[in-house]
Design a protein around this ligand. Structure first.
Ligand SMILES: Nc1nc2c(c(=O)[nH]1)N[C@H]1C(S)=C(S)[C@@H](COP(=O)(O)O)O[C@H]1N2
Ligand SMILES: [Mo]
Length: 200
């Protein structure tokens, strides 16, 4: 109902500066990796509570308890995709199966070809953080991250690597791919934390 609103009003469901987008765009840096099931694994390493590296091959990962999340996705380029129904393995489940050490504060989430994004462990532990295999009841396509992508709805979408392969627990923050290239180390869209120059 454009026109009935004041110029300054906005949809309070959207973080500041975002606009809704109807179609699901494909957005990423670099090529789409080819999935090789016999080579795929998912690893958790770094500052784990037992000091060990944990890993699941593709078949083992399929056996993990599954969950669902409905959430909006906010890209730092200012589009938001509303009401996505994600299904997969809750990030919290992986945190329980391969817990971080007490002094692990952050995590680097690694994807194919070295893409990475840093998060706080608390971001991964959030109810809606999910390692997604499906959206809207359909398996992810290769362009959208098949076989697995992280979704952290309360942060900008670059914090959710497509083609995710590992979580590395860290005892201090360390910048990931976009965070090294001028983007915010936290990336909370509600606080419009887009760029590193906004960090205190
Ligand atoms: N591996 C990888 N994951 C990525 C990216 C990327 O460049 N590489 N881009 C991120 C960004 S900026 C966005 S907005 C979303 C886009 O997801 P989509 O292509 O499924 O819409 O993926 C995120 N995950
Ligand atoms: Mo994005």
């Amino acid at each position: 109902m454009v026109g009935l609103h004041d110029a300054g009003s906005r949809d309070l469901r959207l973080p500041p500066g975002q606009r809704p987008q109807a179609a699901w765009p494909v957005l990423h840096y670099g090529p789409v990796p080819r999935f090789k099931p016999e080579r795929w694994d998912f690893q958790v390493y770094g500052a784990t509570v037992d000091g060990a590296k944990h890993s699941w091959d593709y078949a083992e990962f399929q056996e993990l308890p599954r969950g669902r999340v409905t959430a909006d996705m906010h890209c730092v380029t200012k589009f938001s995709l509303l009401d996505n129904e994600w299904a997969g393995v809750l990030a919290r489940t992986v945190l329980e199966l391969a817990p971080p050490a007490p002094d692990a504060t952050h995590a680097m989430v690694w994807a194919e070809y070295g893409y990475s994004a840093n998060l706080r462990v608390a971001d991964l532990a959030a109810d809606a953080s999910i390692l997604a295999t499906h959206r809207g009841g359909e398996q992810l396509t290769p362009e959208h991250g098949f076989p697995l992508r992280l979704v952290v709805p309360h942060l900008y979408a670059w914090k959710g690597p497509k083609w995710v392969r590992a979580i590395e627990y860290l005892t201090a923050d360390r910048r990931g791919f976009w965070e090294e290239r001028g983007y915010h180390t936290i990336g909370d869209p509600w606080r419009e934390q887009r760029y590193s120059y906004q960090e205190d």
